[in-house]
Design a protein around this ligand. Structure first.
Ligand code: CAA
Length: 401
């Protein structure tokens, strides 16, 4: 385990309201989230010596992080590190791990990470023009991203036998979680029939099985224990309930679009999760909360197997069991995505994994109320996925050591 002076902690979180067509730029949403994170950490702008940003699709800039740092008055500044990270939807988790490296290896003391977008303010045509071009694969008809995930859904169903109904239960589980979260966009629980009757988007996917396009932003601040101790802020961070330590992380990559022959080698979450477990020296059953990427049901299914919630090939059965439990008890809390994930909390393009991190901090600080997964939530795992299984980043967070 790292010594106190070396630990890197998440000390502040901020988020804007999520909404449809908020009529604000991604930059202004990110700036508001940064202010929220600073006040929750009880830090000033001047305390920061690093900023990492994830690029937006709706209002892209050359070097997003430099743009944001300039906009909020952090640049020009001496001895200040600024980085834009683009690993797609894995970005916020990659950025969390990069923030840790900046503190451990580059002498930073406090780094802010921001991610946000306003993709629901784009027309569907413009959103799909940009999203399709980003994937750049002629074999995938528009919408390219849902169609890419659709191909993988077919492959997974043939290989492991997951059924159409099991996949349609994933948005039901996520809406069950979101309906109880104060900031989630989805307020109502869906039934499997409703999901199967929602408009078809690809042969394998309906509308309620697609990441819910949204406007909004989140920000988190990571800082060294030494800096916090000097400032008298150690264990007095987010909501006054204690800081959260970044225990470990892992990353891995796959192709930008599905290869002609799909097989296990294209996936990378397994490797990222194994690296994170190995570095932390913890097992899946020692994790109390999982914040998993669920842009489409197949992504959620692959994730629960990759992080060891259930054995390989058993994800469909696990989903059936959880679905039975939410039908039997509307107060049941799944230890996964208590905010509702991309399907039901809301998904501003590359930003949504930042909400999983914020939810993990809420759980670890024990302030999740009726959604608290365990009285003493000790460890949380967060997973971000970029592109079509093209990039995976996993981090394990814990209560202070
Ligand atoms: N749950 C509930 N409601 C949903 C929903 C969901 N999961 N998804 C959409 N809706 C709602 C919308 O909010 C909208 O409601 P209003 O009419 O009240 O505004 C309504 O259903 C219609 O939705 P859209 O306006 O989006 O419908 P559309 O026909 O214009 O577009 C679509 C349909 C092409 C499938 C589009 O929704 C879409 O492309 N969705 C997927 C977005 C996507 O690909 N995100 C990236 C995922 S991959 C990833 O995250 C990795 C990365 O690296 C970025």
């Amino acid at each position: 385990m790292p010594r106190l002076a070396q630990t890197v902690r998440v000390v502040g979180c901020g988020a804007t309201k999520l909404g449809n067509r908020l009529g604000r730029s991604a930059g202004s949403l990110m700036a508001e989230a940064v202010q929220g994170a600073l006040s929750s950490a009880r830090l000033e702008l001047d305390d920061l010596d690093g900023l990492i940003a994830v690029p937006s699709m709706s209002d892209p800039h050359l070097m997003e992080a430099h743009y944001l740092a300039t906009k909020i008055g952090l640049l020009p500044k001496k001895n200040f590190l600024v980085r834009t990270i683009d690993t797609g939807g894995a970005g916020p988790v990659t950025a969390l791990l990069e923030g840790r490296r900046m503190i451990e290896a580059e002498n930073c003391q406090a780094v802010v990470i921001a991610a946000g977008d306003a993709v629901s303010s784009l027309s569907t045509e413009e959103f799909l023009r940009r999203a399709d071009a980003g994937i750049g694969c002629d074999r995938l008809p528009s919408p390219a991203i849902p169609n890419g995930y659709g191909l993988i859904t077919d492959w997974h169903a043939k290989t492991y036998g997951v059924t159409r109904e099991q996949l349609a239960k994933v948005p039901c589980l996520m809406s069950h979680q979101a309906s109880k979260h104060p900031h989630a966009i989805t307020r109502r629980r869906y039934t499997v029939e409703e999901v199967l009757e929602s408009p078809q988007i690809t042969p394998q996917l309906n509308l309620l099985e697609c990441a819910r396009r949204m406007d909004g932003a989140g920000a988190i601040i990571v800082a060294s224990s030494r800096f916090l101790e000097k400032r008298g802020l150690l264990n007095k961070g987010n909501h006054g309930n204690g800081d959260v330590v970044i225990l470990s992380g892992g990353e891995a990559s796959g192709p930008l679009s599905p290869p002609v022959v799909i097989d296990e080698t294209m996936f990378s979450c397994e490797q990222a999760a194994q690296s994170a477990y190995y570095e932390a020296q913890v097992r899946p059953d020692e994790i109390d909360f999982f914040g998993l990427y669920d842009c489409f049901p197949i992504c959620f299914l692959r994730a629960i197997e990759a992080v060891g919630i259930c054995p390989k090939g058993q994800g469909g059965r696990w989903i059936d069991e959880q679905y039975e439990r939410i039908l039997a008890d509307e107060n049941y809390v799944l230890p996964v995505n208590t905010h509702g994930g991309l399907l039901s909390f809301g998904a501003p393009w590359e930003a949504p994994a930042i909400f999983a991190v914020i939810e993990a901090v809420r759980q670890l600080n024990g302030v999740a109320g009726a959604q608290q997964v365990a009285e003493d939530c000790r460890r949380a795992l967060v997973y971000g996925n970029g592109g079509i299984f093209s990039s995976s980043a996993v981090a394990i967070l814990s209560k202070p050591i």
